[in-house]
Design a protein around this ligand. Structure first.
Ligand code: SAH
Length: 344
């Protein structure tokens, strides 16, 4: 259960050891509360003046014995007690898959890791607009635009490792899934090499979710029983074009806007039908989401104005979306008809 309550200017007593309580302290401060600290059950008087009757007691589950009698006295006096999770062990890195850019598609594991973080290094494609609501951590933008690395990959790895070695819980928040064209493997390796504990929380990859945002299922019974995810970062070789054209399933291309022309030409040379349906889905789940549908023969012209970030889909499944959209539009027409009949 999650409740929201306005704590601006309210006295909140955060009870728990300094280490375990540090993130709870930041969260309550960020919420505008006046935070008082009690670091041990016997600490009253040692931790500075305490409010006579706090608005709320935030009890951090720090594993110390002796808190219960104190908390029971607060409850008996009618002071609400909120139980807060303790900060995790210090000095580790968590690579978090942030999904395609909407907070809706963050996992529960991602939300927890963000809540436990002291520092978040985030990418351009991660869902960064809501980060201040999800974490009290320091936020560092290491975002990359294609060709314009704000912070180079080696420097990102160095920053992460140094921050963890200094005792911080570091979250490296990446777009989509960390292991799908995300250099997640390299970042894990650099932590391992430095002896820093590291774990990975998978995310919802744009390879599946962005087509879905446009109504395109990457597989569909009797239409496509496989999908291949390809990087369009650099043009493919002739052999790769032939291989892809021969597969027969759905082809999903990430980072493919810059090489769309070469890809379409290569697949045609490799014998793919020119009426093979194609879609370009730009800015999935973000303002300005747009889908352009054409076929292999016409996509280069149709998608001339398309820009990154975008996911390309090549395959018959694109028609499924068109058919479903037809149904959705028909349903919307029926709703409008019903509303106008009811209104008249
Ligand atoms: N690890 C990421 C992919 C990183 S490569 C993942 O699993 O999704 C970056 C590419 O992902 C972009 O060039 C684009 O092709 C795609 N992408 C990521 N988010 C997107 C979005 N919201 N809309 C469209 N494409 C997106």
């Amino acid at each position: 259960m999650q409740l929201s309550i306005d704590l601006t200017g309210r006295d909140v007593l955060v009870a728990g050891s300094d280490h375990a309580a540090r993130q709870a302290v930041r969260r309550y401060q960020a919420a505008g509360a006046v935070v008082y600290r009690l670091s041990t059950p016997q600490g009253a008087g040692h931790d500075g003046p305490l409010p006579e009757r706090p608005f709320l007691v935030a009890a951090v589950d720090d594993g110390q014995p002796g808190w219960e009698p104190l908390l029971d006295r607060c409850r008996a006096a009618g002071i609400p007690v909120a139980v807060e999770p303790a900060a995790g062990p210090v000095g580790h890195v968590t690579l978090v898959g942030g999904g395609p850019g909407t907070t809706e598609l963050l996992t529960v594991g991602a939300i927890k890791a963000l809540r436990d973080a002291d520092v978040v290094f985030y990418d351009r494609l991660a869902p960064c607009q809501d980060l201040p609501q999800l974490t009290s951590a320091e936020l560092v933008d290491v975002g990359k635009k294609p060709g314009h690395h704000k912070v180079g990959q080696a420097d990102i790895e160095k920053l992460m490792v140094e921050s963890a070695l200094a005792g911080n819980n570091v979250v490296r928040l990446k777009g989509g899934d960390p292991y799908v064209f995300g250099r997640g493997g390299e970042e894990v390796a650099s932590c391992v090499a430095a002896g820093v504990p590291v774990r990975v929380i998978s995310g919802v990859t744009s390879a599946i979710s962005v087509p879905a945002a446009a109504g395109i299922p990457v597989t569909h019974r009797e239409v496509s029983h496989m999908f291949t995810v390809v990087s369009g970062h650099a043009p493919l070789t002739e052999k790769e074009h032939q291989h892809l054209a021969g597969l027969g399933g759905t082809i999903v291309v990430l980072m493919g806007i810059g090489t769309l022309h070469q890809l379409a030409a290569g697949l045609r040379r490799a014998g793919m039908r020119t009426d093979m349906p194609m879609a370009v889905v730009e800015r999935g789940y973000r303002p300005g989401q747009r889908t352009t549908i054409a076929d292999l023969g016409s996509i280069t012209t149709a998608a001339a104005g398309c820009s990154n970030p975008a996911v390309l889909v090549i395959g018959e499944v694109v028609r499924v979306a068109e058919a479903n959209r037809g149904h959705a539009e028909a349903a919307a027409d029926l709703d409008r008809l019903a509303a106008s009949l009811l209104g008249s």
